[in-house]
Design a protein around this ligand. Structure first.
Ligand SMILES: [Zn+2]
Length: 54
């Protein structure tokens, strides 16, 4: 899932990589702020952090 790292807007169109160069976030109007978020690895990282804090 592609998500704006500034405002959190989720891209919901076709293949993001094909529009990446021209894409401007419709909410915050920033460019090149989108990150490909992988929920599984983010959960894994959060769990690891949680265990480190114990
Ligand atoms: Zn944005």
């Amino acid at each position: 899932m592609w998500m704006c790292s500034i405002c959190g807007y989720e891209y919901d169109g076709e293949d993001f990589l094909s529009v990446e160069d021209d894409y401007v976030c419709p909410l915050c109007e920033s460019k090149n702020s989108y990150r490909d978020r992988d929920m599984n690895s983010e959960i894994e990282m959060a769990v690891r952090e949680f265990k480190n804090n114990e």
